[in-house]
Design a protein around this ligand. Structure first.
Ligand SMILES: Cc1cc2nc3c(=O)[nH]c(=O)nc-3n(C[C@H](O)[C@H](O)[C@H](O)COP(=O)(O)OP(=O)(O)OC[C@H]3O[C@@H](n4cnc5c(N)ncnc54)[C@H](O)[C@@H]3O)c2cc1C
Length: 361
């Protein structure tokens, strides 16, 4: 039996209370997807972070720094978890051939840690220098979806960049797949996207398989929904495990903030990878790099929710450490405090979405 949105709203109090009237199915019994319980009382934490965005996309390039080689690997926008292995692979190819001896990686977010692992996999010793370690990085704030979201703007890149991007995305896609499981907190989930939202546009060949659903195939109160499968990373667990991996392979960490490139020139290592994220703006004077602030409300975990959603209402990524609700984008805002009004807005739009779930026969 199908209920339309208005009928559902009229009967929702009884339904949600679990005492459906005769002839009105409980949404739990007639929806193929478990409903997310959105309510301020279920919020367990709120966070905010700055996406390191530049329209021209990530920077992977090599330049001299005194008698050293400096290889940049930063500016991953809203897709830094996604792109981390891939751009680090490109950076490794620029820096490692012909190098011997210890290597410095600056930055201990997702990009710096992947970089450090690739250096170790090439058989070289590494020290990670960082102003802050997890959990105090932007990477810890991320929702953790594997999707190259806002990594670059189409009008600002050329074919050479697109080729780099495609190679990096492909490497990341394959690398994350072989890490799926509890150790790294990575799992596959079906993802439902409101189909006329910008995120639904395929970027290059990603996601490889996606399908437009008919209204009878999903419970969302939306006309048009696309489904695809991708991976989700529980970022806190992932970064902890990556640190363990680096240490287990003999890597060391040093907490240190660099104020200028001259400070890097004084390091003992002759090869330095710059993985400083938004910090590269000040450190290297990259004024085209700007922050896009994002805020998240995390709800109590609901293990029965095994799908993700993205659309005008924002996004919902279910993780073992909580249901992540997000979707705010504030350009050029450097303040990382959480704004209660933004959180209230996220909760309101997502509550309307999930309370509007339809029965699907
Ligand atoms: C709300 C939100 C949601 C997001 N969701 C997703 C998502 O679902 N999927 C996805 O792929 N991406 C997502 N992102 C984007 C992702 O978080 C970033 O692109 C990624 O974390 C960037 O990683 P990074 O390692 O470059 O930077 P960071 O994590 O910021 O790490 C930078 C490191 O460099 C160090 N550093 C900086 N400056 C200096 C300095 N001067 N001296 C020494 N050390 C320095 C820092 O201390 C830190 O250790 C999201 C971002 C936000 C804010």
């Amino acid at each position: 039996m199908l209920l339309d949105r208005r009928q559902f709203a009229l009967s929702s109090t009884a339904v949600l209370g679990g005492c459906a009237t005769v002839g009105t199915p409980r949404i739990a019994d007639c929806s193929p997807l478990a409903r997310v319980e959105v309510d301020p009382s279920r919020v367990i934490r709120t966070v905010a972070g700055l996406r390191p965005v530049r329209r021209q996309g990530f920077v992977v390039k090599r330049e001299p720094l005194g008698d050293k080689a400096l290889v940049h690997n930063y500016r991953h926008g809203g897709g830094g978890i996604t792109m981390s292995w891939g751009t680090s692979k490109l950076a490794a190819e620029l820096g490692l051939p012909g190098h011997s001896g210890p290597v410095a990686v600056i930055g201990s977010g997702v990009v710096g840690l992947s970089m450090a692992r690739l250096v170790q996999e090439a058989g070289l010793p590494v020290t990670v220098y960082a102003a802050a370690l997890p959990p105090e990085t932007t990477s810890n704030v991320a929702g953790g979806q594997f999707h190259p979201f806002r990594v670059y703007s189409e009008d600002y890149v050329d074919d050479a960049f697109r080729a780099q991007f495609a190679r990096a995305l492909d490497y990341s896609w394959r690398r994350f797949q072989i890490m799926v499981g509890d150790d790294y907190g990575i799992r596959w989930l079906p993802t439902y996207i409101e189909s006329d939202a910008p995120e639904a546009k395929p970027i290059a060949s990603f996601p490889p398989v996606n399908r437009l659903l008919g209204r009878g195939e999903h419970p969302f109160p939306l006309d048009s929904v696309v489904r695809f499968d991708t991976m989700y990373v529980e970022v806190g667990r992932y970064l902890r495990q990556m640190i363990r991996d680096v240490m287990q392979a003999g890597g060391t960490f040093a907490v240190r903030r660099f104020a200028a490139p001259a400070d890097l020139a004084a390091l003992p290592e002759r090869l330095v990878f710059n993985c400083t994220g938004i910090g590269a703006r000040d450190l290297f004077g990259d004024t085209l790099l700007f922050p896009v602030k994002g805020q998240l409300a995390i709800l109590e975990p609901q293990p029965e929710v095994r799908y993700a959603f993205q659309g005008r209402a924002g996004y919902m990524f279910p993780r073992p450490d909580g249901i992540v609700l997000g979707g705010t984008y504030q350009r050029d805002v450097w303040d990382t405090s959480v704004d209660p009004a933004a959180i209230a807005g996220i909760l309101k739009s997502q509550k309307a979405l999930f309370d509007g779930f339809r029965c699907v026969a």
